[in-house]
Design a protein around this ligand. Structure first.
Ligand code: AN0
Ligand code: CP
Length: 313
């Protein structure tokens, strides 16, 4: 039984990227693999791409799909062991996970960081509890700390569009009015560290991510310097990691403009706030890869599900 919870669950990024590109040419080649298999997708947060691309990937593999907006329609879940459940939470994860395991063969979970309790977020309470109590493999559709389906789609997209063996890739923090999780940035950094790329992270001072994630990746606080000669610019906001979950900077000068982009390709996971994170000219121009990235979400999910299905008895 194989879970897909983080980039660490990929044994060879280059092989998975190649396999995904092969499968993209013939998406129905493994249509029989998922016959009579069911995937359950539980969403504790909103989604457009993850929901539809994961569903499409499962359908391409011949699977049946059940989707639930758990945050809205499910019983409020209790995660703590031994609690007296006389407050708001109606159902314990122990029962919920075991029940769902009887209906499905693979279980996808989306549960963002709360951005309120750093310890709980770091422990990945929701997805890890499903992993602990479910008897079927769990697929991460964005947890507190990571979004490995997005990062795999990003690696596939870079492979398709790169023009040199070792492209220069810059992850740039961008302003945003709301507090957003660090998950997308974390997984993008983790997958870049496994690729043959020249990688730089740029953000305002004080916006450092978890050093256990950034490791020895180059961090350049001067955005102009960081963006110089870039082949790919990946923009993403994240809320503060040290002053956990806070928005301490909304400096509009960090927005990606056509001028800053130069000749580089533009990437973002979407959804994106126009003229806050990136100006219209970039998104509407021919250097933007955001639609191609969203398309590759299907093939990232499909290669992951294919590998998970292959480990089922
Ligand atoms: C989420 C985030 O930043 O993690 C999901 C991105 C895929 N974005 C928003 O909530 C806007
Ligand atoms: N990029 C991404 O995960 O988009 P959704 O939040 O719409 O699923």
């Amino acid at each position: 039984m194989k879970h897909y919870l983080s980039i660490n669950d990929i044994d060879s990024v280059s092989e998975w990227v190649e396999d995904a590109l092969t499968l993209k040419k013939d998406p129905f080649a493994s249509e029989k693999l998922g016959k009579q298999r069911t995937i359950g997708l539980l969403f504790f947060n909103n989604s457009l791409r993850t929901r539809l691309s994961t569903q499409k990937a499962a359908l391409n593999l011949g699977m049946k799909v059940m989707i639930m907006n758990f945050g809205k329609d499910g019983w409020a879940l209790e995660f703590e062991d031994g609690t007296i459940m006389d407050k708001g939470n109606a159902e314990h994860i122990k029962e919920a996970a075991q029940v769902v395991s009887q209906y499905c063969d693979i279980l996808g979970i989306r549960a963002f960081a709360s951005l309120k309790n750093q310890e709980e977020d770091a422990a990945e309470v929701v997805i890890n509890s499903f992993k602990k109590y479910a008897s079927i493999p769990v697929l991460n559709m964005e947890s507190s700390l990571s979004h490995p389906l997005q990062a795999l789609a990003d690696a596939i997209t870079i492979e398709e569009y790169k023009k040199s063996v070792q492209p220069k890739i810059v992850l740039s923090w961008a302003p945003h009015p709301k507090a957003l999780p660090q998950a997308v940035a974390n997984s993008f950094i983790e997958i870049m560290q496994l690729q043959n790329v020249n990688f730089t992270i740029t953000h305002p001072e004080g916006y450092e991510l978890d050093p256990k994630v950034t490791k020895n990746s180059r961090i350049e606080y001067d955005q102009d310097k960081a963006l110089k000669d870039a082949d790919f610019v990946y923009a993403k906001n994240w809320s503060n990691y040290k002053d956990y979950g806070k928005v301490i900077n909304q400096d509009k000068n960090w927005m990606i403009t056509q001028k800053k982009l130069g000749g580089a390709k533009f990437m973002h996971c979407l959804p994106v706030r126009r003229n806050v994170v990136v100006e219209d000219a970039v998104l509407d121009g021919n250097q933007s890869l955001v639609i191609a990235q969203a398309n590759n979400r299907t093939f990232a999910a499909q290669i992951v599900l294919k590998k998970m299905l292959e480990t089922l008895k």
